[in-house]
Design a protein around this ligand. Structure first.
Ligand code: PNS
Length: 175
C-alpha cells in the first residue's frame, strides 16, 4: 500500500524525518507532498521551490520516498493520485486534538484514512517554527533538522546576521 505524508515543511525537521523514515518502512511508496496550510498564509520562510529542493535533498537516501506538491484539498489530491493512506506525525497530546479534527473531516469529505505515527520523544519539542526562530538568531539547530534544512536556513539567514552584526558594530563604535 502507498501513503502520502502531507505538510508545510517550512523546513522539514528531524521530527518529520523520523516519521517519514518509519512510514517508509511500513508502506511500499511514500510521497511527501508540500501543501498549502491556510493558517500559515504569508508566514512561510522558504518559497515552495525552496521547500521542495530541501525535501528532495533530505529524502534522497530513501528509495521508496518521492516528493510532490499540490495546491488544493488533500482529499482531492488523494483521489487524483489514487493514493491509499494519509500519514500525520504526532509529537504530543497537544497535536492530537487538531489532527483528530482534520482526520475526521478528511474522512467525511473524502473518505480518506489517516494513520498517525508518533515521532520519537526527543523530537517532541521540535517544530519548524521554533527551528526558524532559533536559526534566525544564529542558534544551533543542527540536531533538530536534516543537513539540507540546516544549510538552507544558514543561507537564508546569512544576510540577516550580517545586517544585525553591522548594526551592533555601529552601535558599539564611539561617536
Ligand atoms: O505541516 P502542516 O502545516 O501542519 O500541514 C497541514 C496541511 C498542509 C497538511 C493541511 O493544512 C492541509 O491538508 N492542507 C491542504 C488543504 C486542505 O485539505 N485543507 C482541509 C484540511 S485542514
Amino acid at each position: 500500500m502507498n501513503a502520502v505524508f502531507p505538510g508545510s515543511f517550512d523546513p522539514i525537521t528531524s521530527g518529520h524525518m523520523d516519521v517519514l523514515t518509519r512510514a517508509a518502512k511500513m508502506f511500499e511508496q511514500v510521497t511527501v507532498t508540500v501543501m498549502h496550510n491556510a493558517r500559515k498564509q504569508g508566514r512561510h520562510l522558504f518559497t515552495l521551490d525552496e521547500r521542495l529542493d530541501i525535501l528532495r535533498e533530505a529524502t534522497a537516501h530513501l528509495p521508496n520516498v518521492s516528493v510532490d506538491t499540490f495546491g488544493g484539498l488533500l482529499v482531492d489530491y488523494m483521489a487524483q493520485q489514487q493514493q491509499g493512506i494519509i500519514i500525520r506525525g504526532l509529537r504530543a497530546v497537544s497535536d492530537y486534538e487538531y489532527e483528530l479534527q482534520i482526520a475526521h473531516l478528511n474522512r467525511q469529505i473524502g473518505d480518506t484514512e489517516t494513520v498517525f505515527i508518533m515521532a520519537a520523544t526527543r523530537w517532541s519539542f521540535v517544530s519548524s517554527s521554533m527551528v526558524r526562530e532559533i536559526a534566525s538568531y544564529g542558534g544551533d539547530i543542527s540536531e533538530m533538522v536534516p543537513r539540507a534544512s540546516a544549510a538552507a536556513l544558514r543561507r537564508k539567514h546569512d544576510d540577516v546576521y550580517a545586517e544585525r552584526e553591522a548594526a551592533l558594530a555601529a552601535a558599539r563604535r564611539p561617536s
